[in-house]
Design a binder for this molecule. Structure first.
Ligand code: SF4
Ligand code: SF4
Ligand code: SF4
Length: 377
């Protein structure tokens, strides 16, 4: 990896816009996927082919309406045949890593650009606040010199308050804002081949420098978030203990599937819950009611969550998009993250860390789970 600085001259977002536009102008890539202001004034992930339209690009947009990993999957499930730079937050990049390993993303033509992330706000709350996304994004970026700022009257999404992977540690090109005086410069890190291409194109210089304060700022933030995570899991597990506790916590689930539809890791094109397997004949519901005295409709909400957990707990990257998508305000991400935390620890697997670590359910290890299974006791 090569390290350097992107000089920002008092306008960090514009400097990043210029860098992304330069990638297109100099032919380093053909298209760029990045959050950007739309004509309607909202901020959405958008795919740009023309550099002059990149004004309004904002990798530090304060909202995450869709998961970038999922958007990259849509774009590259089949190879788009164009070289695309995709600008992602750490949780989006971690989802992309899992999706590459699950053969849902064709990575050959992709350049991953990742950014340090302070956190994001709930979409509706941010929209209702009337705040300007570009102005808030710029404020957040500035405040990242000292870690993750408080949300200026709006709380960050719960998943962000317990996110212990907020820094850009993976990707071909990484933009480092933690610890940086963003008005002066952002840190940059690039894989050797890309760094050489960027230097040749006159877009960046890699002189070996970087953001000196970043290590401590990131370490302090991760420690605080990890503490908050452990407290959240402990309180959730106390409230939703056992099957009855889980049923109570998710009693208002209407099985709309929004959590599943917006989860980057739930990638099956045809989920078993959308097949005739769960289109029961009326007679069956009537029999259940007769046997138990009453039957809640929709039925099988707990089975839905347990099945989804069983399928993806080892790869949940904790982005919290399931929370954002739930119309009933249920703590879906806290459930998935707290179960996933245990499963991932047991399987010694950290999703999204590296393309080289095989997903546990895709490999067999003879010594796996010896203690848990009691095989040799
Ligand atoms: S979960 Fe982490 S990486 Fe994702 S938006 Fe929140 S703070 Fe950023
Ligand atoms: S989004 Fe909420 S209400 Fe809909 S299925 Fe998921 S948990 Fe249930
Ligand atoms: S279950 Fe929720 S937190 Fe986990 S990857 Fe899916 S959307 Fe993100």
């Amino acid at each position: 990896m090569k390290k350097g600085l992107l000089k920002t001259n008092g306008a960090p977002l514009q400097a990043v816009e210029a860098l992304l536009a330069g990638l297109l102008k100099k032919g380093v890539v053909d298209e760029v996927l990045v959050p950007a202001r739309t004509g309607a004034g909202t901020t959405m992930l958008s795919l740009f082919a023309r550099p002059e339209l990149l004004a309004g690009a904002n990798p530090w947009s304060p909202v995450m309406p869709v998961q970038g990993g999922r958007a990259v999957q849509q774009l590259t499930f089949t190879d788009p045949g164009r070289r695309v730079a995709v600008v992602l937050r750490p949780c989006e990049a971690r989802a992309a890593v899992e999706l590459i390993k699950l053969k849902q993303i064709t990575p050959g033509n992709l350049t991953f650009v990742t950014v340090d992330c302070p956190g994001t706000f709930e979409l509706k709350a941010f929209h209702d606040s009337g705040k300007d996304a570009a102005a808030v994004g710029a404020e957040l970026l500035e405040a990242m010199a000292a870690g993750a700022p408080a949300g200026d009257g709006l709380p960050f999404r719960t998943a962000c308050t317990v996110c212990e992977h907020p820094s850009a540690e993976w990707g071909h090109l990484r933009l480092h804002a933690f610890g940086a005086a963003a008005g002066e410069a952002l840190g940059v890190e690039a894989e050797d081949e890309l760094a050489a291409a960027l230097e040749k194109a006159g877009l960046l210089a890699f002189d070996g420098g970087g953001v000196e304060a970043r290590g401590k700022v990131v370490a302090d933030l991760v420690a605080a978030r990890t503490k908050a995570r452990d407290a959240l899991f402990a309180s959730f597990q106390a409230d939703a203990k056992g099957l009855e506790g889980l049923k109570k916590a998710f009693a208002t689930c209407i099985r709309c599937y929004n959590c599943m539809e917006n989860c980057p890791i739930c990638y099956c094109k045809l989920c078993i819950f959308k097949t005739p397997t769960f289109d029961h004949p009326g007679e069956l519901y009537a029999r259940w009611a007769e046997r138990k005295g009453a039957q809640k409709m929709p039925a099988e909400t707990t089975l839905f969550h347990l099945t989804r957990l069983n399928h993806m707990a080892s790869s949940c990257i904790g982005c919290g998009l399931c929370d954002t998508a739930c119309p009933m305000g249920l703590p879906v991400a806290t459930l998935f993250r707290s179960v996933a935390h245990g499963v991932q620890g047991m399987l010694e697997y950290e999703p999204g860390r590296s393309l080289e670590d095989p997903i546990p359910l895709t490999v067999f290890r003879e010594d796996e789970l010896e203690e848990e299974s009691g095989a040799f006791n």
